[in-house]
Write a protein that binds this ligand. Sequence first.
Ligand code: NAD
Length: 368
Amino acid sequence: MVSFDEFGPEKILEVHDHASGMRGFVVIDNTARGPGKGGIRMMPNVTIDEVFKLARTMTWKCAMADLPFGGAKAGIVADAKKLTPAQKGRIVTEFSKGLKPVCPGLYVSAPDMNMAEPEMEIFARANGSNNACTGKPKSMGGLPHELGSTGYGTYLAAKVGAEHMKLSLKGATVAIEGFGNVGTFAMKFLEEEGAKIVAVSDSKGTLYMKEGIDYAKLMETKQKTGSVVNYGRGNVLPCADIAGIDAEILVTAAIPDLITKANVGKVKARLISEGSNIPMTVEVEEMLRKKGVLIMPDFVANAGGVISSYVEYIGGTEEQMFGMVKEKITKNAKEMLEHSQKSGKSPRESAMEIAVKRVREAMKKRKQ
Ligand code: NAD
């Protein structure tokens, strides 16, 4: 159920075009800080309730990232697997036309499930404005995730956390869960900082090597063989073992619920930077916090992607993107930890309080 409260949702627009079979909606949660930002997911069973929850999450994420964006999300009810590229393109075109009354003024789109660069190109062209969405092809000013904005931000969050607990990254031992877009860049930047990466996992298993794993060689192994487990040295362990590796820092960059009540006792890390979404429940985070583990929560540590989207939105360059990710993640993560120290609340609760305060202040200003 959509629950209406002081923050929103402000608008829910349902659109339909019988000829193309397009049916969809956008939930614009809150626009006090700027147009609602959030991707479109194309799924046969996508609902307004689900999209509302995601839109609300975007409200907090954009506020915590300190971007002039509110929160929104959209859904197209269709089975992408059953559509030809032409049919899919037509549906995206009609969806974009249907959303014109609110986009790009109150809603700025992006890719989500079953939506990627080609669909964003179609969406922007049908809307008539480049500002209608981010995630566009490079030729249209897009800044692709492949540049590494999210992994870079996850590394920066780890760096701020390490400084806070007076742990030097130089020589610190690190375990990285997932060697995809987020995990590879987090590893690259942590290695450049002098950290020793002792374990990296992917869907085939966990590579563990006490002496340290070399980023360039691991990347070559992954590209040539498809998995980190073929590194040729070190031990290969099951995927799930990454959670309990003997390392000072753990970077999560793959699946939700990596750490549960069942394996929380095995965690040895003193610092966790959450690159993936919901790698553990809030309850499990609290269990770790009581043991003295510092957790940099997902919506702070993986905000590099949405910051990159903002730089694309304002027509910025790759260099500006890296600059803004660095500035915003560092500043916001520090503010969160200071708030946490003063209030005694967890970093997650502290980040939420900061985000809520920022949205409330913007709403107050809008009323004046
Ligand atoms: P990706 O598909 O590029 O990489 C995922 C990696 O995880 C792959 O190496 C895969 O082999 C590995 N993997 C799959 N199952 C695994 C398992 N059981 N154990 C260990 N590794 C496993 O994905 P990504 O873009 O790097 O995203 C990773 C996580 O970060 C996701 O939760 C995603 O929602 C989140 N995230 C990504 C971005 C982004 O910009 N890419 C932004 C915010 C959040």
